[in-house]
Design a protein around this ligand. Structure first.
Ligand code: GLU
Length: 482
């Protein structure tokens, strides 16, 4: 059975890179009928917080990603938070010491730093070895550590040989013999280093496939050596391409919204963001731009993942979002718009609730012209703002005809029984038939009179949604005394 994991470090919001990794793992698990595991890598205690863990979980859920095993739902291979697995790492470090694959280091952090500097100053690669630390391992030092209750750090005895693996995206990756020296797996505070904890967890959680960002390619060397030391089966690796900003530089905050929370606030639909993120490094076999989650799951495969860097282009994200906004049910789009409408002061929650039928029609009339939900209130203003139309200049014959037409419209409106789009269209047609003004100019004028704008929703929607009284008042003001 395929088992994949997403292993975020809870040190802030979930960002697009992490979300993309989570999605690929989720799609892959679902596609293969496997399991998706969520593991919290919180051993960097200075930067990890429970609040940020919760924010990451919330963002994943918002994106529609659910997990089969994880810190909140539990599972057979828990706990799923690394800080709750400290004893496991100690036990496994001990196993490596027993076989000679790891050893204790009695040098202090400062002394290790000095060793590092000396190597660098001598123009050598900063590769540690057991021999280098031997001088510090004296009976006095051991005694001192014991008395002070200090534990030695544990270092891994890195074999000086070539390593390679076959990456599902990048193909064969080789690490030259001796490209790395020994490295810490357990710090003297008893906490594991990332490369050690990650292997122990992936091993014990029976992870079969690791899909992650390609910033982890170089870490894979240490990880391969640790798997080997345990004589454990090495999972399949697939390192997804880097995400770059439109300027070709590594994506960062400078490029605008990069956290999932930012996108949510901006009024993106989660499925649109999923669609956009998935395409940053993967493509649908039919080359589709717009896809549902189930379509992505059905068609997901690692061999359609791209090895060249992806460009993060927010314009494209918005274009996809606009598409989803137009296609989604109006009930949901209205529901999502309400907080933005209330925020902008156009309506209160109570008003929105009691005028829901009207509001749905109003939102429906403007959604074609928006790319994010947050743009909806601005577009809705035509239905709320008071418009003071300027008087139509009737000395010009062309405009006089239009004014007569508009005046007729208001008279007919007064006698209309039913106020609905069909009747409104009929009425406009009748008004035009009698006076035959320039149609394009007439429609432009009518729009200007009703909304003080040159473009916006369909005229019939504007008339219907403004309501008889407002329409008549505005026309009367613009036409004046004919
Ligand atoms: N905790 C690591 C990170 O957030 C993930 C490690 C991995 O996927 O191997 O980058």
């Amino acid at each position: 059975m395929i088992r994949v994991r997403f292993a975020p470090s809870p040190t802030g919001f979930l960002h697009v890179g992490g979300a993309r990794t989570a999605l690929y793992n989720y799609f892959y698990a679902k596609h293969c009928g496997g399991k998706f595991i969520l593991r919290i890598e919180d051993t960097d205690i200075a930067r990890s917080t429970r609040e940020s863990e919760q924010m990451v979980l919330d963002s994943l859920l918002w994106l529609g990603i659910t997990w089969d095993e994880g810190p909140d739902v539990g599972g057979q291979y828990g706990p799923y938070r690394q800080t709750e697995r400290i004893n496991i790492y100690k036990e496994y470090a001990k196993k490596l010491m027993d076989t000679g694959a790891a050893y204790e280091v009695y040098a202090s952090a400062e002394e290790i730093k000095v060793l590092h500097e000396n190597l660098m100053n001598a123009g050598k690669a900063p590769h540690y070895s057991k021999e280098m630390f031997a001088a510090y391992d004296t009976p006095e030092r051991r005694d001192d550590f014991e008395k002070k209750g200090i534990k030695p750090a544990i270092f891994f005895n890195m074999p000086r040989k070539e390593y390679s693996f076959n990456d599902g995206i990048k193909g064969e990756i080789k690490f030259k013999k001796g490209s790395l020296g020994d490295f810490a797996i357990l710090r003297s505070n008893g906490f594991p280093t990332y490369n050690f904890a990650v292997v122990i967890d992936d091993m014990l959680m029976k992870i079969t496939d690791i899909i992650r960002g390609d910033d982890h390619v170089s870490n894979t060397l240490k990880q391969l050596a640790i798997y080997e030391a345990f004589d454990a089966e090495i999972p399949n690796f697939a390192h997804a391409s880097t995400i770059l900003g439109p300027d070709g530089k590594k994506l960062s905050k400078r490029h605008g919204a990069t956290s999932i929370e930012d996108f949510k606030i901006k009024g993106f639909l989660p499925e649109a963001l999923d669609n956009f993120l998935a395409l940053l490094g993967w493509s649908h076999p039919k080359g589709k731009d717009i896809m549902s989650i189930s379509d992505m799951i059905d068609n997901f495969s690692i061999d359609r993942m791209n090895s060249s860097p992806a460009i993060f282009d927010e314009t494209r994200a918005k274009w996809i979002n606009g598409h989803f906004i137009r296609e989604e049910s109006i009930d949901r789009i209205t529901e999502l718009s309400i907080p933005y409408i209330v925020d902008s002061g156009l309506m209160t929650y109570t008003q929105a609730e009691s005028n829901l039928k009207w509001l749905k029609k109003a939102v429906d009339s403007v959604r074609k012209g928006v790319l994010t939900i947050s743009e909806i209130p601005e577009k809705l203003k035509v239905y709320f703002d008071e418009v003071e139309p300027s008087l139509i200049d009737c000395s010009d014959e062309k405009f006089r005809k239009i004014a007569v037409c508009l005046k007729n419209m208001t008279e007919m409106m007064e006698n209309m029984d039913a106020w609905n789009p069909k009747e409104i269209i009929d009425l406009v047609k009748r008004a035009l038939k009698d006076n035959k003004p320039d149609r394009k100019c007439f429609y432009g004028c009518l729009r200007k009179v009703l909304t003080d704008q040159d473009e916006g929703p369909e005229l019939v929607d504007i008339i219907f949604l403004l309501g008889r009284t407002k329409v008549m008042n505005r026309i009367d003001k613009a036409v004046g005394k004919l």
